[in-house]
Every structure is written in C-alpha cells, then in structure tokens.
Ligand binder design. Sequence first.
Ligand SMILES: [Zn+2]
Ligand SMILES: [Zn+2]
Length: 112
Amino acid sequence: MASELRERLEAARAEVARLEHEAATATCAELGHDWHCLGGANCGCFDDACCSVPVHECRRCGACDYGENEWARDQIAKCPLPAEYGEYLATLRALEAQGGAAIRSLKEAKDG
Ligand SMILES: [Zn+2]
Ligand SMILES: [Zn+2]
C-alpha cells in the first residue's frame, strides 16, 4: 500500500513539474524570457578570436540562448578584428607550415 501511494505521489509530482514547465513556457511566450547570464561563450567572429559574448538562461523556463542575443550582436559589431583577419591568419599559418617543410628538407639535404 505504502509503495502504491509513493508511486502516485511521484506521478503527481511529475505532472506538477510538467504543468509548471508548461505554465512557464506560456508565460515566456507572452512576456519574453527572464534571462540571466550563465557566463561567456566565444564570439566566433573568426578562428581563435578570444572575445566573449554573454550566454543567457531563462530563470523561468530554463531555455538557453546559446549566445544568440543583442549583446552578442553588439559585441560582434565591436570585435577588434574583422573576419578577414581570420583568413589572413590561416594563410600565414599555411605559409609557416610550408616554410617549415622547406627548412626541414634543406637541413636533410645538408646533413644527408
Ligand atoms: Zn523562458
Ligand atoms: Zn569577436
């Protein structure tokens, strides 16, 4: 008997949680999410960029914006380096790699 009551209690709790979540979701749809800052994420303006944008979670329904927000757009607009710089860096790395290979083969030719 006791275990049956516990089961019913568990089911009722799950239903309450489900309804609370539903109510929260409906409230958010109506009023907008109640964001609070979870922390920062890389802004992704270019490879290796280290600027960060805020990531928010809704206090009410638990939704996450994954850094898709107006603050992030502001930050990206102010990013210190443009996207082209990422391409420039990639080109530079490729040239460095080629240069390294050339130096190694010269050394091998000299030593061998
Ligand atoms: Zn919400
Ligand atoms: Zn950035």
